[in-house]
Design a protein around this ligand. Structure first.
Ligand SMILES: CC(C)(COP(=O)(O)OP(=O)(O)OC[C@H]1O[C@@H](n2cnc3c(N)ncnc32)[C@H](O)[C@@H]1OP(=O)(O)O)[C@@H](O)C(=O)NCCC(=O)NCCS
Length: 165
């Protein structure tokens, strides 16, 4: 872990970020999406202040995390939804936890009070990751969407910051 650091995501990371995104989608338990977006669409949908990349000693991007707003209503201004993706060859080494801890610190500093996520029940790695990082399960949405022609459930999780009051 000492050789892995987290830094803000930059435009030069775009191709690698989207390739890691696509690898996660191809594995089948990350999201309803089938194809990673273009960089323009990715960029437009995510808050610039809370995007991070984990890199190894050589500067190779191993994973990323980013958040999107959940609503335009002022009351929900401090509620965001995040995505976290780690390259298949870098999984199981604590990269996602490092990214998530960085995101939690960054959003709390900015006054964001809730981070939420929807996770397929089959994605045990992601469920474990998030619960260890302080997320709680709100509940399970049953057969809420179709993925590769199959109805799938989604577990809703959130982390309410104890420090943003
Ligand atoms: C889910 C994902 C981000 C986890 O990344 P990772 O870097 O391998 O996770 P970490 O190594 O940081 O592990 C974090 C915690 O989850 C646990 N965990 C990781 N993989 C696990 C697995 N396959 N089964 C059970 N627990 C697992 C670890 O034990 C660790 O807990 P600990 O800190 O108490 O030891 C990664 O598997 C991934 O990118 N998957 C494809 C994309 C995806 O599904 N993204 C999430 C969408 S909701």
């Amino acid at each position: 872990m000492a050789d892995i650091t987290v830094r803000p995501m930059v435009v030069a990371d775009a191709d690698r970020i989207l390739a890691i995104y696509q690898a996660g989608l191809d594995a089948g338990n990350a999201s309803f999406e089938i194809t990673a977006p273009t960089w323009a669409a990715f960029d437009a949908a995510r808050l610039a202040a809370h995007r991070f990349a984990a890199v190894d000693r050589d500067g190779t991007v191993l994973g990323w995390i980013a958040v999107s707003p959940t609503s335009t209503r002022p009351v929900y201004a401090g509620v965001v939804e995040h995505s976290v993706y780690v390259h298949p060859t870098a999984q199981g080494r604590g990269v996602a936890r490092l990214l998530l801890d960085t995101l939690i610190a960054s959003t709390e500093t900015a006054g964001i009070w809730t981070i939420q996520s929807g996770i397929f029940p089959e994605n045990t790695a992601s469920l474990t990751l998030h619960q260890r990082a302080g997320f709680r399960v709100i509940g399970v949405r049953e057969r809420v969407g179709r993925h590769h022609n199959r109805w799938r459930d989604v577990v809703l999780l959130e982390r309410r910051s104890p420090t943003v009051t």
